[in-house]
Design a protein around this ligand. Structure first.
Ligand code: GLA
Length: 349
């Protein structure tokens, strides 16, 4: 650009007309990390796009218990307490992509009622009866230990900066934790001690600098906000939690930005970090979608002292788990949508 061009550009910037950032990372990366979930099939064609926009990655499925726990290997160890953790091809390629490109990792997740094999809770890692809480504690500790050890050994340069230790513990209506019929964790333990234990073990084995999160969805429903808040405070008193993850799977017409912000402020009032961990907004009206995306980014910026990452749950509509409802900032082919251009008017870096 020549001198006149540069002069005009700086005038526009000073007047707030043009932020001139060319990516999400450039626009917001100085305030908090900007992340996306990623599936391994995207690492080829989507690599440049991902590298351009994001400095944090959450593997969409590849670190979930059912992806990394290996039944045969667990059984052949023959000790009933040490589950074998095995990173398959999808997990390995995602972690290598992060390591090679200096993109930080949000690990997701250890304790979850879903996508966790039933044999993990059963005698001899088989299909008999459930194990006792004492046996399960040893399995839980070894599961967390083995995972962090392999991350460190296989990807020594990878920055594992955050981990969802527990995901989706609570019912939506303020009824507390999921009942035994809906969570094998509760079925085995009968109370919330597995949550405390999981955070205790994670604190013991996570690399220094890796922040430990309690993550949940529909977190803006006031009664549920309250249940998450209470559990976070209990963990905070024990010094074993660092943050609360707001999944943020929203819709253009619910929740309102105000309802969402009320939950965010309540979580911030714990004094813990807060991360937006899985943001997407289903929509049939691009204007309404853009406006709610903008409100959420704006709330995050306003609270940037406490918000340490904003992750969108996918790169573009065509690969989203809710693809029929076009929930992301980009449409297929990584084409920017109105939501993206609106969000970029808030560029803060
Ligand atoms: C939840 C989980 C995510 C993912 C989504 C669907 O939000 O936390 O890991 O499974 O559902 O993609």
């Amino acid at each position: 650009m020549n001198k006149t061009g540069l002069f005009l550009l700086s005038l526009l910037t000073l007047n707030g007309i043009c932020s001139c950032a060319d990516s999400l990372k450039e626009a917001f990366g100085c305030k908090f990390k900007i992340g996306t979930s990623v599936s391994p099939h995207e690492l080829g064609s989507g690599a440049n796009f991902i590298k351009k926009h994001f400095n944090s990655i959450t593997p969409e499925n590849e670190l979930k218990p059912d992806s990394i726990l290996n039944q045969g290997a667990s059984q052949s160890q023959g000790n009933n307490v040490n589950p074998a953790v095995n990173f398959g091809q999808g997990t390995s390629s995602t972690l290598k992509f992060c390591e090679d490109n200096g993109i930080s990792l949000r690990g997701h997740t250890f304790v979850w009622y879903s996508q966790t094999p039933e044999w993990f809770f059963k005698q001899n890692f088989g299909n008999g009866g459930f194990v006792t809480p004492d046996i399960m504690n040893q399995r839980l500790e070894n599961f967390i230990k083995n995972t962090f050890q392999q991350l460190a050994q296989k990807y020594p340069k990878l920055n594992v900066y955050a981990y969802d230790v527990a995901n989706e513990l609570f019912l939506n209506d303020g009824g507390g934790m999921r009942p035994a019929g809906n969570s094998k964790w509760v079925q085995v333990y009968g109370d919330d001690s597995f949550v405390i234990n999981a955070f205790t073990y994670a604190r013991k084995y996570a690399p220094s600098g890796c922040k430990l999160f309690l993550n949940d969805y529909n977190e803006y429903i006031p009664n549920k906000t309250n249940d998450i808040y209470k559990m976070a405070m209990k963990l905070k008193e024990k010094g074993i939690i660092d943050g609360i993850g707001m999944q943020s799977h929203l819709d253009q017409s619910y929740p309102s930005a105000d309802v969402y912000k009320t939950a965010m402020e309540k979580f911030i009032s714990t004094g813990l970090e807060v991360q937006i961990t899985e943001l997407d907004i289903t929509a049939n009206d691009q204007g309404k979608q853009a406006s709610l995306f903008k409100d959420i980014f704006s709330a995050a910026l306003k609270n940037a002292a406490s918000i340490t990452c904003l992750t969108v749950w996918g790169t573009n509509d065509s690969i989203s788990w809710r693809s029929s409802q076009n929930p992301l900032l980009f449409s297929s082919g990584y084409t920017p949508k109105k939501a993206y251009t609106e969000v970029m008017t808030l560029a803060a870096c």
